[in-house]
Design a protein around this ligand. Structure first.
Ligand code: M6R
Length: 637
């Protein structure tokens, strides 16, 4: 089947205020979710027509389109799109409108059976204007509305709700939807299935969006829609129904403070600001999760699960994608080597289709900063399902999620949550959330080592003491390397390939360094375990291919230095992420990090790598915060 995949951000408003500024403000905050095209539709209160405007490319193009137009309705929907299939053209931009021009729809997600539905509609004489999956929805709704009209149902929001409910029963896939109907001009109907949708409650008005930043300027009180719920919103109130058509009543929740702050300060890009947030990320973790037991004087980790939970665990499986997977790999190293628990890390997208055989007393950890990554959520759900069906208690699911977004799908679904508390991250390239995920794993590793007795108190205290020193250390690294990496970027911004090497606990840092560089600078970069070079990748090396090697004193230091020598012998320019010590004089350029306990070296080594990637991309004049083809949360498989 030809798939059109769209992640996107949606926003929808009803109330007494002009809809357009609220829609635009919301879309600006959601642009990180996709920026291939943008569009809005508002009901004109005088003519009861839908006014729709769309533009290819970034939101600014849409703003230029509508700058001279008077769009003054109070009910509207908006969309910012990310597509991997089908050109990002105006015709594919949302909102999509039915042939009568009365129904407008924005969607986030994918309708998997759209082709079948489209074929059927086309046979009935409906003409399609786009290549998207979404366009079937307004046509299907209009068809339902005509059928309901024959039953003499009133033209109001309740009828639109019935029509949408009937339509979604035919849809396969995942979606968050917002729908307008010109004949019910103060109503908005929204629905979700496996894609996020949050309702913000104002006074006599409501704003729905894919994510909280789009709501934060408007209200601090929110009501996240649960999976497979559908809701009717008018200025008079909200009605929410579950998939059995039962009316739902529940209390709203307050937005987490960190969900509200999106401020670039004086930084040129969010990414740089977020790299600079990392000392605060470390402070947050230390203050929130580390405490000293007054009786023993011993530091403890304050994670919200009881000791028995940790005691029963014999092995760990971690599912994650992208940068979160790299954090999980460092976590796995710590959990095995420090805490002695056998641990495996899986790409969530692979785990879903080739899960390992079930083993007893297993902890499954899902790591996702956004809490919305479709593959990670699906992998966790699959694990819940297959383990829940086992009769033996030992096989039952034990779950922990590590996320930055407590209001997200994963945050609401799983009760054992580690909130990494990094604050909203806008740059598509994850930086401070990676750092915060790493810290969460240090906490888990310490907790397991204490409970299982795999390390003595002295070693545990030493590690904790090193962790408490992180904030000033990271500040120093930022101070030192912002300028050095800018200079290096000047020399290297035109390179074509870069190799990143690391071993042991720093192998995942080599992978993360390479991912950071390629995703924002579009320079090919690959990370390898340094010892693997001679088994193939070394063939790539010559003077045009610089090698960045993470060499921190510890078990494999001498080996990493030897591997770097091998690269130097092939004329590669060698950049070292290492302390100034015996052995590191081999590097042509040293991005110095302090000599510390090897366990915490990943937390230091990542900082110069983030800065270097940032400056190379900035020097190339690229859109650092919104790199091409990417989006912040990948809500489709
Ligand atoms: O929200 P998640 O942590 O689940 O996101 C996973 C990946 O999509 C994400 O880390 C992606 O690789 C970033 N662009 C990396 O910078």
């Amino acid at each position: 089947m030809k798939k059109i995949i769209c992640m996107c951000g949606i926003v929808a408003v009803t109330g007494y205020k002009k809809a357009l500024p609220l829609l635009i403000n919301g879309l600006e905050k959601l642009e990180y979710r996709g920026y291939d095209s943008a569009g809005i539709a508002v009901i004109n209160p005088d003519t009861k027509n839908i006014i729709c405007n769309k533009a290819e490319g970034k939101l600014t193009n849409l703003l230029n389109n509508i700058s001279n137009k008077h769009i003054h309705g109070t009910v509207g929907i908006g969309h910012t799109r990310w597509a991997t299939h089908g050109k990002p053209e105006v015709k594919n931009a949302h909102p999509h409108i039915d042939s009568s021009g009365k129904v407008a729809v924005v969607q986030n997600g994918i309708i998997e059976n759209y082709q079948e539905l489209k074929d059927k509609l086309e046979k009935e004489g409906i003409r399609f204007n786009s290549d998207t999956d979404t366009e079937v929805i307004p046509h299907l709704i209009q068809k339902e509305l005509l059928a309901l009209n024959k039953l003499n149902l009133e033209k109001n929001g309740s009828t639109l709700l019935v029509a949408l409910r009937n339509v979604i029963s035919d849809l396969e896939g995942s979606y968050a939807l917002a729908v307008l109907w010109a004949d019910a001009p103060d109503s908005l109907v929204v629905a979700r299935k496996q894609a996020p949708l949050i309702i913000g409650l104002g006074e006599g008005e409501f704003i729905c969006a894919s994510d909280t930043p789009a709501i934060a300027n408007f209200t601090k009180i929110i009501l996240p829609l649960e999976d497979e719920e559908i809701a009717l919103l008018t200025p008079l109130g909200i009605e929410i129904y579950d998939s059995n058509n039962e009316r739902q009543y529940r209390n709203p929740i307050h937005l987490h403070v960190s969900e509200q702050v999106i401020d670039k300060k004086d930084y040129k890009h969010y990414m740089l600001k977020e790299i600079y947030d990392q000392p605060d990320t470390a402070k947050y973790w230390i203050e929130k999760f580390l405490f000293k037991d007054s009786k023993t004087g011993q530091y403890q980790i304050d994670y919200p699960f009881d000791t028995e939970f940790f005691e029963s665990i014999e092995r760990i499986e971690i599912v994650a994608c992208g940068t979160s997977k790299h954090a999980a790999m460092v976590g796995s190293f710590l959990l095995e080597q420090f805490s002695g628990i056998p641990t495996n890390v899986f790409y969530a997208s692979e785990f879903r289709y080739s899960p390992p055989p079930l083993l007893p007393n297993t902890l499954t950890i899902g790591v996702t900063q956004s809490g919305e990554t479709a593959d990670t959520i699906a992998a966790i759900n699959m694990e819940i399902k297959r383990r829940s069906s086992m009769s033996d208690e030992k096989y039952k699911p034990n779950l922990v999620a590590i996320t930055n977004r407590m209001e997200s799908s994963i945050g609401r679904q799983i009760s054992n949550i580690i909130d990494i508390g990094a604050g909203v991250e806008i740059g598509v390239a994850a930086t401070k959330t990676f750092f915060a995920q790493l810290l969460s794993f240090y906490g888990l590793a310490i907790k397991f080592a204490q409970i299982k007795g795999t390390q003595n108190n002295e070693i545990i205290n030493q590690l904790i003491s090193e962790l408490t020193k992180l904030p000033p250390l990271i500040e120093e690294l930022l101070e030192k390397h912002n300028k050095t990496s800018e200079k290096l970027a000047h020399d290297f911004f035109n390179i074509k390939d870069v190799i990143f090497l690391g071993r042991g606990i720093n192998y995942p840092i080599a992978l993360e360094g390479a991912l950071k560089l390629k995703e924002i600078s579009y320079i090919h970069a690959a990370g390898y375990p340094a010892g693997e070079m001679k088994h193939g990748p070394i063939a790539l090396l010559d003077k045009k291919v610089p090698v960045i090697s993470i060499a921190t004193p510890g078990v494999v230091f001498d080996k990493v230095i030897s591997n770097a020598q091998e690269a130097k012998a092939r004329d590669s320019y060698l950049i070292g992420i290492a302390p100034e010590c015996k052995g590191t004089e081999i590097f042509d350029y040293l991005m110095m990090i302090p000599e510390t306990n090897e366990w915490i070296s990943p937390l230091l080594a990542i900082v110069p790598l983030q800065l270097l990637s940032y400056h190379i991309a900035a020097h190339r004049g690229l859109d650092v915060d919104q790199p091409r083809n990417l989006a912040k949360s990948v809500t489709v498989e």
